[in-house]
Design a protein around this ligand. Structure first.
Ligand code: AMP
Ligand code: GLY
Length: 441
């Protein structure tokens, strides 16, 4: 089957690898030439992810039958609707369904309207006067967010990035004035305390097939310090749970996703594709931080390589809106993913540094390499301003998966790059367990 993929990150490299493994002929559209994807695809198009007319025309010319969209931006702009009108099936949500990620206001209002489990208190403002009035009377701490997409970098939390109401007001004013996230609106949410985890599912809008849980590390620096990024690395466990998430919490998270999908269907926005739930496990159980209408990046790289079932068949099932007869099998292994990013990433990144990659060494370390945003020039690889590449170690035990990711990192050399070594290390996991004990008592 000829499959169009959109996106040139490490997540899409993982998606393309899994599609090719299950026999697809991949036609990849990406904004940068990802060497991993370019090497696997039948053909590729260098094009902005949101240039929908160009991508659609190219896909039609190539006789593509189905599409899998990696990033959220083209979904928000209706790529699935456009491809659908050309007779191309999509294993991703249409524009109406993608609102679940695209608008935090839509998502929070949906959860409120249907009184869904896992919802949080929030208020939306489009003017400073009402916002300041609200703040004078508000006692607790808040998370401040633009309504629209900011690549995971627009959220600021009181006590972490914002200190005191004055800083909250200044940031809200900046969001409204500069229309950060695309709209002159800001959402204030109750601040949740706990540990975050990711649950990604396959869905046709009704049936839900969960994949192993993953914990991402959004902060730039070791010890979960510094600004939020798109994600610096992640781990998953062989049993599909996490050290601080038991079977009971896992079931609650699945129920939250199922209830949200049902609400979407009632709203006439049936969702198909991979749905990503970002949860905070709090003293009162799991709460939704956000939904994403796609695989997570890095989380896709933890989960997809372990999928033993036919990924292409899942995509076809989701695209046709029926996965009722399907089950997913995953290899029972732990995974540890670590990203290499340009120095200054998330603040003021410095691009253009050469990186040397010993691919054979990475293989020998039992790890996988996924390229993200790099430039290739005369066979050499250079950093850009986005995340460069990721390595993922796999093993039956966590400690071996982590050491395999470290061996893989040592196969990558270059100046001006940054990575977090602490992800998946016993001390780091213990810290998360201790934090959770403190919170849940
Ligand atoms: P988001 O872009 O919505 O995923 O938010 C980015 C990060 O901000 C999350 O991964 C959390 O660490 C933090 N965050 C978002 N919403 C909240 C909240 N209501 N309470 C506490 N932290 C939050
Ligand atoms: N890992 C966070 C995201 O994919 O949005």
């Amino acid at each position: 089957m000829k499959v169009l993929t959109v996106g040139g990150g490490a997540r899409e490299h993982a998606i393309v690898s899994s599609l090719v493994k299950s026999g697809a002929q991949v036609y990849a559209s990406m904004s940068n030439k990802n060497p991993g994807i370019a090497g696997l695809a039948k053909d590729f198009l260098l094009c902005s992810d949101t240039d929908i007319p160009k991508i659609s025309e190219w896909a039609v010319e190539r006789g593509v039958e189905m599409a899998v969209i990696g990033p959220e931006a083209p979904l928000g702009e209706g790529i699935v609707d456009e491809l659908g009108s050309k007779g191309i099936l999509c294993a991703s949500p249409d524009k109406k369904a993608a609102q679940l990620e695209i608008s935090k206001e839509f998502m929070r209002n949906l959860m409120k309207k249907y009184e869904l489990p896992g919802r949080v208190d929030f208020e939306v403002f489009d003017d400073m006067e009402n916002l300041e009035d609200f703040l004078t009377h508000y006692e607790g701490e808040l998370a401040v967010k633009p309504i629209g997409l900011t690549g995971g970098k627009g959220v600021k939390v009181m006590g972490e990035h914002l200190h005191g109401k004055k800083e909250v007001i200044d940031y809200c004013r900046k969001i409204l004035e500069q229309k950060i996230g695309g709209e002159s609106k800001v959402i204030l949410e109750e601040k949740l305390e706990g540990e975050e985890f990711t649950l990604q599912v396959f869905t046709d809008g009704v049936k839900v097939i969960p994949t192993p849980l993953v914990q991402d590390h959004k902060r730039l620096y070791e010890g979960d310090e510094g600004p939020n990024t798109g994600g610096m690395g992640s781990y998953s466990m062989a049993d599909g749970l996490l050290p601080f998430v038991d079977e009971e919490v896992y079931k609650q998270a699945v129920e939250i996703i199922k209830a949200s999908l049902l609400a979407m269907e009632k709203e006439g926005r049936r969702y198909k594709g991979v749905l990503y739930g970002q949860f905070m496990l709090t003293a009162k159980g799991p709460k939704i931080i956000e939904f994403n209408c796609r695989w997570g990046d890095p989380e896709a790289m933890n989960v997809l390589p372990l999928l033993q079932s036919d990924y292409l068949a899942f995509c076809e099932g989701m695209a046709k809106g029926d996965i009722s007869g399907m089950e997913a099998e995953f290899e029972k292994k732990c995974s540890v993913c670590k990203y290499i990013v340009p120095e200054g990433y998330g603040i003021d990144p410095v691009p253009g540094n050469k990186i040397a990659i010993d691919e054979k060494g990475i293989q020998e370390a039992n790890a996988r390499l996924f390229y993200a945003s790099v430039d290739e020039n005369d066979g050499e690889i250079y950093t850009t301003t986005s995340r460069s590449l990721a390595v993922v170690g796999f093993a039956e035990e966590m400690e071996r998966a982590e050491s395999s990711s470290e061996r893989a990192l040592s196969c990558i050399k270059g100046k001006g790059i940054h990575m977090r070594h602490d992800i998946g290390k016993p001390e780091s996991i213990q810290r998360k367990l201790n934090h959770m004990k403190e919170i849940r008592g």
